[in-house]
Unconditional design. Sequence first.
Length: 244
Amino acid sequence: MNKSTTGLIALALGTIGMNLAVAEDKPAEDVRWKSKATAGLTLQKGNSDTILATAQILSERKWQMNEISLGADGSYGENNGAQNVGSAGAFGQYNRLFSERLFGYFRADFLHDAIADIDYRVTLSPGAGYYFIKNKEMQLRGEFGPGLVFEKLGGEKSTYMTLRFAEDYNWQINERARIYQSADFQPRVEDFGDYVFNFKVGVSTEITKAVSLETYLLDTFRSKPAANREKNDVKLVAGLGYKF
């Protein structure tokens, strides 16, 4: 083995050693699931006996060029012994980033609302999205794609195509306070006058590192609801959240 070969081997081994040392010093990517459960309860006794209970859980995981978000929520209410609130929902979304800001996604949503006479509404939606703002303090993204809906509304089953226009905004004001907002508009392809619009805005304020005060507004507008049902449902929720 000549001196040149020996020198190249030594240089290669030295480079590998330096890379390993750097890799050891570099902190491992945090790919853990981050979750928060929120619950709220309202009780009223006297001239009116009212109970309203809400619960929500959200989880997300981000690693390399992947993002996963999962969520579920439910609410139940009675007024003078008669049920006036009863809904359950869930969603899952996977994003695959093609660059720092551009991504493709697949999303699935489920909704049951006894009061609105929705036995079930399942929506499957692939599409594309883009982060218009993306930093530690603020994120704003938009999404667009087609959707396929399986629904039983007012006792009638139907399957149809929709379009999905959505946006999602988060602003970490400081270490303890965060504002978040999201909206999506889903018109029926063959009849743009038949659509669903969902809007959410909320404030999260940390009490401790694990416990927070959660206040948010949910608004769902259905242009063509079931017979004898209102088009608009608004819900204002205040409760405690727990991160884990």
